[in-house]
Design a protein around this ligand. Structure first.
Ligand code: BGC
Length: 463
């Protein structure tokens, strides 16, 4: 039976409305990126204001990551149960509440509570946004459309650097944290007018509603074939959307890939650069704080620009070539960074070389593990457990993020920056091998074709 012969032609079509829906949902990524970047600058002033102990300082930073990890795990389940759109609306309210709590916090306790709420908002966004965009996108455009999330993350990071810089002379940490209210509001206002995804509606047996949405997002294309594909896929699906189904034989290979890429995206060290770039740059030989901050902003800009390049290439050359070439670039630049820090007093090598290597590393991440992680976890799972499985991968990603950020400074003290970068480089080699052998190409295929391919693989006797 050919489930898919007509679907590619159908799905080529997309109306401007679907692009608007994707952009609005991607604002969820802005929340994530902004919060990732803003706290480092705000912390300097918060420390003074509340005379924070080191323990409290670590709490202020890390409770948001822990909140995000837990909420991602729960958020996927919520997105499957209540719908992608409802979860995003809840995300917006939670995030606005968190931002307001942080901005108005009268005490450290209130600030920590606000940071937990913000973390929960980010976690929910991470599990619902990729799935939402993936399920409304036309297949040939799904790569770049889901990568809008990564673009929003990188813009959020860059924006936060600028906001930190802008408010730093006045010590305006409340503004730095409070401005996060704006993307929260944007997400909520946007989602009020955007529809639920047709795939979730079909899963709930609401075929008529799904048809209405498809009309809006595919225009005058013959949407019946897409309805039929989704319906057939649901008929064949064995999973029922419970935690235990994550281990079902039909899901296991995809689960391993999602969790593996979640792990490798973080343990190859990206956030040591995002969080600690000024420190790394200073230790490479640029002593002035303003020089280090300028170089950091340059790195943030490279991150944004190379994400745009990745979006342009994602549906043209495919996910696998980008992943493998980008990871190879990460290996080479991490090797170079390790070498740089091993040279005795850097043997006259200029600090500009270290900055160039950092930029090459971030550029390589931005075309590979950065966007492709968020894309894969939204497209490789069967519909019935898509939210749950994607949310689990996002939760693991946050947990690894937490672990790496927490251990980076002690790792540098214990083994030195050179060996630390080599360690991340070795993990990047493992990531390359993992991707080479396990990650499938999903370019141009509908979500239903991807789901059918896993099932066919399972049906074939092992060679
Ligand atoms: C990662 C974040 C990281 C960001 C950097 C995202 O894909 O999940 O942890 O801070 O990329 O651009």
């Amino acid at each position: 039976m050919d489930l898919t012969s007509h679907s590619i032609a159908q799905e080529e079509k997309g109306t401007p409305f679907v692009f608007l829906a994707a952009i609005l949902a991607a604002v969820g990524g802005l929340l994530f990126g902004y919060d990732t970047g803003v706290i480092s600058g705000a912390l300097i002033f918060i420390r003074q204001k509340f005379a924070l102990s080191v323990f409290h300082e670590e709490l202020v930073v890390s409770v948001a990551l822990v909140g995000a990890a837990c909420a991602s795990l729960a958020g996927g389940r919520l997105a499957d149960y209540f719908g992608r759109r409802a979860t995003l609306l809840a995300t917006s309210i939670i995030f606005m509440t968190g931002a307001a709590l942080c901005a108005l916090a009268p005490s450290v306790g209130a600030l920590i509570a606000g940071r937990i709420v913000v973390g929960v908002g980010i976690g929910l966004a991470c599990s619902a946004v990729p799935v939402y965009i993936s399920e409304i996108s036309p297949a040939p455009a799904r790569g770049w459309m889901v990568s809008l999330i990564q673009l929003a993350i990188t813009l959020g990071i860059l924006g936060s650097y600028l906001v930190d810089y802008g408010f730093s002379s006045a010590g305006g940490w409340r503004w730095m944290l409070g401005l996060a209210f704006i993307p929260g509001l944007l997400l909520g206002l946007g989602m009020i007018f955007m529809p639920e995804t047709p795939r979730w509606l079909m899963e709930r047996g609401r075929e008529e509603d799904a048809r209405k949405v498809l009309k809006k997002i595919r225009g005058d294309a013959n949407i019946e074939a897409e309805i039929e594909d989704i319906g057939q896929t649901l008929l064949l699906a064995k999973e029922r959307g419970r935690w235990a189904d994550l281990l079902a034989p039909s899901v296991r290979p995809a689960l391993v890939i999602g969790l593996g890429i979640a792990f490798f995206q973080q343990v190859t060290g990206i956030n040591t650069v995002i969080y600690y770039a000024p420190t790394i740059i200073q230790s490479a030989g640029i002593p002035s704080a303003s020089g280090a901050i300028l170089a950091t902003a340059g790195i943030g800009l490279v991150n944004v620009l190379m994400t745009v390049v990745a979006m342009w290439l994602m549906d043209r050359v495919g996910r696998r070539p980008l992943l493998l070439i980008g990871t190879a670039g990460m290996i080479v630049s991490l090797g170079g960074l390790g070498l740089f820090f091993h040279l005795p007093s850097h043997a006259g090598a200029s600090a500009a070389l270290a900055v160039a290597l950092l930029m090459a590393y971030v550029a390589s991440f931005a075309v590979s593990l950065g966007p492709i992680f968020w894309l894969l976890i939204a497209e490789i799972y069967p519909l019935r457990i898509r939210g749950l499985a994607g949310g689990t991968a996002a939760g693991v990603n946050w947990a690894c993020n937490f672990l790496v950020s927490l251990t980076f400074l002690s790792l540098i003290q214990a083994i030195g920056p050179g060996n630390a970068f080599w360690l991340y480089g070795a993990l990047a080699v493992a990531s390359w091998i993992f991707s080479y052998y396990l990650v499938p190409e999903t370019k141009g295929r509908t979500l239903e074709q991807i789901e059918a391919a896993w099932r066919e693989r399972l049906a074939q006797p092992a060679a």
